[in-house]
Design a protein around this ligand. Structure first.
Ligand SMILES: C[S@@+](CC[C@H](N)C(=O)[O-])C[C@H]1O[C@@H](n2cnc3c(N)ncnc32)[C@H](O)[C@@H]1O
Length: 303
């Protein structure tokens, strides 16, 4: 059965409340206290995530927040959390956020510890390549999980080409300078420290996550690129299938977003998910075409 657009938009708290397990009730009470602290922090929160991140889903927030409202007593789990656009928009009291990119997760855990910017933020080519070299030295010396590495990661993300995060075969960050006309760098991360305080961050393959039956999962894996076995991001069709199968095995609510390729739609339909289609943000293809990509939201266990 297809999930209608109106159904996504119309999730009503009173009529769609799911049967709540005891553990979820206990969590809900514990969450109330965190929630107060979080909403205080959230009121100071900048509307944009701190990093630029490929595939950021800020544009999806209006759709997701109406669904989340009926589930906000649950723990929010995002196995492919990337730039945090969704949790920073939904502001769950309790969250488990994971990404395989350990530099990204180091940045977030350093934000939780009160990361301060001690290096000068300069949008200049020479500074960029000097800092890139320093970042790679830290990786080589086994110091990639430090506060200095987190500051450099922020600087390289904002100053490098398109916010890309790419490493060569020797594990060196190799994104070139971005030639942005001007960049607004953060001067403080204090509002993010407060907002992230009660969230748990991990860096592993999504299959290693310890998920509870009553968790709410929003999964946004790398896009499926049709007609290839291996996508450029290193996330293969096999990875898409094991993602779908592990999401299908979850007993609580799950939402998946991905590019609406025929094989993704077929896979999630076969696993019993309800499907809705959305027009994604406009992207420029290699031919200069600016048409919006068709995206899919696949849902299961929402009520
Ligand atoms: C489309 S992005 C997520 C974007 C995020 N929803 C946002 O709004 O910024 C996909 C993320 O999956 C991560 N990833 C790729 N393979 C993974 C794996 N096997 N396990 C966990 N995370 C993975 C990538 O590092 C990337 O940050």
């Amino acid at each position: 059965m297809a999930l209608k657009q109106s159904e996504i938009d119309r999730h009503d708290r009173s009529t769609h409340l799911p049967a709540v397990r005891d553990s979820a009730r206990r969590k809900a009470v514990a969450n109330d206290a965190k929630s107060d602290a979080n909403s205080r922090a959230a009121s100071d929160l900048p509307s944009r995530p701190p990093l630029k991140w490929a595939g950021g889903k800020r544009w999806l927030l209006p759709h997701l927040s109406s669904i989340w409202q009926s589930h906000s007593f649950r723990r929010y789990v995002e196995p492919f959390c990337g730039g945090l656009a969704v949790p920073l928009g939904l502001r769950p009291a309790n969250a488990l956020l994971n990404d395989i990119n350990q530099h990204l997760i180091n940045f977030y855990t350093q934000l939780q510890r009160g990361l301060e910017l001690e290096i000068a933020m300069k949008n200049d080519e020479q500074s960029f390549y000097r800092r890139r070299t320093r970042f790679n030295q830290l990786i080589k010396k086994g110091k990639s999980q430090s506060a200095e590495a987190a500051q450099l990661f922020y600087y390289l993300n904002r100053t490098g080409f398109n916010g890309l995060c790419r490493f060569n075969q020797s594990g060196e960050f190799n994104v070139p300078f971005g030639t942005h006309r001007s960049i607004t760098y953060a001067t403080t991360f204090a509002p993010f420290r407060a907002a992230l305080a009660h969230w748990k961050f991990t860096s592993a393959d999504f299959s290693a996550l310890e998920i509870d039956d009553d968790d709410f999962i929003y999964a946004d894996p790398p896009y499926d690129v049709e007609f290839t076995t291996y996508s450029t991001g290193g996330f293969s069709w096999e990875d898409q299938v094991r993602t779908a199968e592990s999401l299908a095995a979850h007993r609580g609510p799950v939402i998946l977003s991905n590019q609406a390729t025929a094989r993704i739609v077929k896979l999630y339909k076969k696993l019993g998910f309800r499907i809705a289609y959305l027009a994604g943000p406009r992207r420029i293809s290699c031919t200069g075409d600016r048409t919006a990509a068709k995206e899919v939201l696949a849902a299961k266990g929402l009520n």
